[in-house]
Design a protein around this ligand. Structure first.
Ligand SMILES: *Cc1c(COP(=O)(O)O)cnc(C)c1O
Length: 387
C-alpha cells in the first residue's frame, strides 16, 4: 500500500522513537532569553526600543532590501504594502488561488477584489505563461493602466506568493506586469531565506512582505515586515503603520488616518535573536530536504518538491507531490501518517472555493485544482536534524 510505504519512509528519515512529530516547530537556542530579558529589565517592552530599529536593520541586511519596516504581522504588512502600491477601492488584484487566506484578506481590507489566477507545477506559484495568455483575452491597457474588459474594474496589482518557500518565476512575471501596467507586491511570508537568481524573495517587486508567525521559518511570536528598495515608500510605510504621528518630543499631531500596526520591542527582541540563527537553521532545513529526497527516490508515485532551477529555497515546509494517478489516495495518506504520530497536512483549500471569495473573478484553474489534491506537507522543523 502506498500509504504504508510513505509512513515507513518518513519513519526512516525521522526516527521511530518520537511519539508525535509536529509539522513545524520554532527553535529558541540562541540569544532569545537574553534579549527578551533585556526588554523586561529596561522596561522597553512596547512601541519603542532599540530592538525594533535593530531588527529592521538586520532584516534589510539579510535580505539585501534597501529598507525593512517591522509590523505587527504578515497580513498587516501585505495590506499596507498593497495600499502603498496604489491599490484602491474596487480595484482587482491578481492572487493565486493556492495560497493562505491572508493573501486574499489583505486585498479585501482595502475594499479591493481578489482575482484568482493559475499556479504552475514547477514552482507551485503563479504561472506567468497562463497569466499572459489570460490577460491577452480579458485585459485592456488604457492611459497606462490595466482594466478588466469584463468587469470594467482597474487591475492595479499582482501578489505572487512563494509557496512553501519556493520562488515564483519572477523574471517572466515582472515582464507580464510591466507589459500590462500593474504593480508587483510579493507575499514572501513563507520565503525568508529564499533566493531567485541570487536576489532575496520580497525584493524583486515594488514591495514585498514577510511573516514571523509562530509556524514560519523564524518567529517573533507574531510579526511581519515590509521590504522595499524605494526610500519614499519605506518612509511612508513606517509613518502610516505607526499612527501617522509627526515626530515631536511632546505634541500629538497626525497628518493622515494611520494604523497601529507597529511591532512591539519585545517581539523584535525575539526576532533579533532568531535572525542570528537563521543561516544555521536554513542549512538544517536543506539537509532535511536532501534526506527526504534520497528516501523518496525509491518511490515513482511520489516526489518531493525541489527548488526551481536558478533558485534557492528556504524549504520552509517540505512537500510531497503525488502523481496525478494518486489524487484519490491523498486523504488515506494524511490519515495514515497522522495516526502514526507524524503530522502531515494538505495544501490550503483553494480560495475561490471558500464562501467569502466564491463570487470573485477567476481564470480557469486546472493546475491549481490538481495541485490542491496532490500536495502534502510533511514534518519540516529545523531541529529534526542537526546542521
Ligand atoms: C503566514 C502567511 C501570511 C500572513 O502571516 P501572519 O503573520 O500570520 O499574518 C500571509 N501569506 C502567506 C502565504 C502566509 O503563509
Amino acid at each position: 500500500m502506498i500509504k504504508d510505504e510513505i509512513v515507513s519512509i518518513l519513519k526512516s528519515v525521522l526516527g521511530n522513537g518520537k511519539e508525535f512529530i509536529p509539522l513545524h516547530e520554532p527553535v529558541f537556542n540562541g540569544n532569545e532569553w537574553n534579549y527578551v530579558k533585556e526588554c523586561l529589565d529596561t522596561t522597553f517592552v512596547s512601541s519603542v526600543g532599540k530592538f525594533v530599529d535593530r531588527f529592521e536593520k538586520d532584516l534589510a541586511e539579510f535580505t539585501g532590501a534597501k529598507h525593512a519596516v517591522a509590523v505587527v504581522n504578515g497580513t498587516a504588512a501585505l495590506q499596507i504594502a498593497l495600499k502603498l502600491a496604489g491599490v484602491e477601492e474596487n480595484d482587482e488584484v491578481f492572487i493565486p488561488s493556492l495560497t493562505f487566506i491572508a493573501t486574499a484578506n489583505s486585498v479585501s481590507y482595502l475594499k479591493a477584489h481578489p482575482h484568482f489566477i493559475e499556479n504552475e507545477e514547477k514552482t507551485l506559484g503563479v504561472s506567468p505563461t497562463s497569466l499572459r495568455e489570460y490577460l491577452n483575452s480579458i485585459a485592456e491597457v488604457r492611459s497606462g493602466q490595466c482594466f478588466n474588459k469584463k468587469t470594467g474594474n482597474r487591475i492595479s496589482a499582482i501578489v505572487p506568493m512563494h509557496t512553501f518557500g519556493h520562488p515564483v518565476a519572477m523574471d517572466e512575471l515582472l515582464a507580464v506586469a510591466n507589459d500590462f501596467h500593474f504593480k508587483v507586491v510579493e507575499d514572501a511570508a513563507e520565503s525568508l531565506g529564499s533566493y531567485y537568481f541570487g536576489k532575496h524573495t520580497g525584493t524583486l517587486g515594488l514591495l514585498g512582505t514577510l511573516s514571523f508567525n509562530g509556524n514560519k521559518t523564524i518567529t517573533t511570536g507574531g510579526g511581519g515586515a515590509i521590504l522595499t528598495n524605494n526610500k519614499e515608500l519605506a518612509i511612508l510605510a513606517k509613518h502610516i503603520t505607526t499612527t501617522a504621528k509627526i515626530p515631536h518630543p511632546w505634541e500629538y499631531t497626525h497628518d493622515v488616518i494611520g494604523y497601529n500596526y507597529r511591532l512591539p520591542n519585545l517581539n523584535a527582541a525575539l526576532g533579533c535573536a532568531q535572525l542570528e540563527k537563521l543561516p544555521e537553521l536554513l542549512e538544517s532545513k536543506r539537509k532535511l530536504f536532501h534526506l527526504y529526497e534520497n528516501a523518496f527516490s525509491t518511490m515513482a508515485e511520489v516526489k518531493i518538491q525541489k527548488e526551481p532551477n536558478g533558485c534557492k529555497s528556504n524549504y520552509w515546509l517540505q512537500t510531497l507531490v503525488l502523481k496525478p494517478s494518486l489524487v484519490g489516495e491523498r486523504d488515506n495518506i494524511l490519515s495514515a501518517t497522522n495516526s502514526a504520530g507524524i503530522m502531515t497536512r494538505p495544501a490550503w483549500t483553494l480560495l475561490h472555493k471558500l464562501k467569502p471569495y466564491s463570487h470573485c473573478s477567476k481564470m480557469n484553474l486546472p493546475v491549481s485544482e490538481s495541485l490542491e489534491m496532490r500536495l502534502i506537507n510533511i514534518p519540516s522543523s529545523s531541529n529534526l536534524i542537526h546542521a
